[in-house]
Design a protein around this ligand. Structure first.
Ligand SMILES: Nc1ncnc2c1ncn2[C@@H]1O[C@H](COP(=O)(O)OP(=O)(O)OP(=O)(O)O)[C@@H](O)[C@H]1O
Ligand SMILES: [Mg+2]
Length: 398
């Protein structure tokens, strides 16, 4: 099916759902905002005018997909335009994936896709512009991190948990995001978090506990070990990434940093060491003058629990939300966290769905029923294309 048709199918799904169920809260206004035709397809010319021909001054950042530009539409609305770079390895499938998912989910802690553009070789995704950009820009910048006080950090930790719970359990689709990390958490003008980048997201059926895949995709430092090493993908892979993120938010350290006061340079190992020694609050970001000690200790323990090596020891997102909303939740003691996934990707073939609860059944890739997708037929490759830190998927579907 051609790109135009596939895009139209995606976009029509949303219209059809409205016809059947009526728009959800807020959608009617959104529809009016888009005018009578509610057209989500942007002309390339409109985006060129909005971004001043994709000028350097409007460049917001650059990710694995391509450059991101700030723009302003004729009606004054500010937008962010993510342009698919010709050299992007993530390319077309990621583009389609993002459209497919984002037009069908809506939540205050998810970024809003306004539309897309597919004009010959030029492809772009158009989002609401979020003036505070992404969380990494605050958290890892010593000048800016102090402006993120503890209560804001807690709100962000909670907001991301709500967004993930929606994706895993509450949205019309069951979605594993696969790329939860600080640069994929955008902040609105009140620093409310919005999960972005659904290019790697995967659907799963409610009855399936996991997907076994050879398309390992995500970012180094945030990937759950069973997924990075064995292709065992479940909602608990997102929980692991969320745990790493929580520790980053509480500490202001990146998950790997040679300057960490721990010879491993690894945030998880350092957090675990402090926890075991009863000095967990030593992890809290030194740029914070004051903070709620009880909340900070809880968040660090929760982060460690989310990063447990054993999948069943990690809480699911509804438990995480319960913990964060409760005043008196006694958390279980974490064990040593799992090692984060390594850098690189496997280029393999198909994936399978599973409903067993024991990941070990699919930990050996050659034991899964993936046709010819045996380990011996797969290749492991280093990939520096995603901010030199991450792992990318190959050209095929996922
Ligand atoms: N809607 C938006 N509003 C404001 N800034 C944005 C928006 N979307 C992206 N950005 C900025 O553009 C930068 C690049 O985003 P992008 O998602 O392409 O890359 P990344 O998250 O750094 O890497 P990756 O490709 O691995 O996700 C972000 O770090 C963010 O600062
Ligand atoms: Mg991103």
């Amino acid at each position: 099916m051609g790109l135009g048709r596939r895009l139209c199918c995606c976009l029509q799904t949303k219209r059809l759902k409205w016809k059947q169920n009526g728009p959800r809260d807020g959608e009617e206004e959104e529809e009016k905002g888009h005018g009578e035709s509610w057209d989500l397809i942007f002309e390339l010319e409109t985006l060129e005018v909005a971004t001043d021909n994709f000028s350097e001054e409007n460049l917001l950042g650059h990710g694995g997909f391509g450059p991101v530009y700030k723009g302003r539409l004729a009606n004054g609305q500010e937008i962010a335009v993510k342009k698919l770079s010709v050299t992007s390895r993530q390319g077309f499938n990621e583009f389609m994936n993002e459209v497919k998912f984002l037009v069908r989910v809506q939540h205050r802690n998810l970024v809003t896709l306004l539309g897309c553009c597919a004009h010959g070789g030029d492809k772009a995704l158009v989002y609401d512009y979020l003036p505070n950009k992404s969380l990494d820009k605050f958290l890892f910048d010593k000048m800016k991190s102090s402006s993120l006080d503890w209560s804001k950090r807690y709100d962000i930790i909670f907001g991301v948990a709500r967004g993930l719970l929606y994706l895993h359990e509450e949205s019309p689709l069951r979605i594993i995001h696969r790329d939860i990390k600080a640069s994929n958490i955008l902040l609105d003008n009140q620093l409310n978090p919005k999960i972005s980048d659904f290019g790697l997201a995967r659907l799963f059926a409610a009855e399936d506990t996991h997907v076994s895949t050879f398309k390992i995709a995500g970012t180094h430092g945030y990937m759950a070990p069973e997924y990075a090493l064995h292709g065992y993908l479940s909602v608990k892979s997102d929980v692991f990434s969320y745990g790493v993120l929580v520790l980053e938010i509480a500490s202001g350290w990146k998950n790997h940093d040679r300057r960490l006061p721990d010879e491993s340079g690894d945030l998880l190992s350092y957090a675990w060491k402090l926890f075991r020694g009863g000095n967990v609050l030593d992890l809290v970001d030194k740029s914070l003058d004051t903070y709620d000690e009880g909340q900070a200790a809880l968040c660090i323990q929760l982060g460690l629990l989310c990063c447990q090596a054993n999948i069943t020891d990690r809480p699911d997102m509804s438990t995480v939300n319960l913990i964060l909303s409760s005043d008196s939740f006694i958390l279980p003691k974490p064990s040593k966290p799992g090692l984060q996934g390594r850098r690189g990707y496997w280029s393999g073939t198909r994936s399978t769905l599973g409903s067993g609860t024991n990941p070990s059944s699919s930990l050996n890739p050659s034991s899964t029923s993936t046709g010819n997708s045996k380990m011996s037929n797969s290749t492991f490759m280093e990939d520096e294309s995603r901010n030199s830190l991450s792992v990318s998927f190959t050209e095929e579907g996922r």
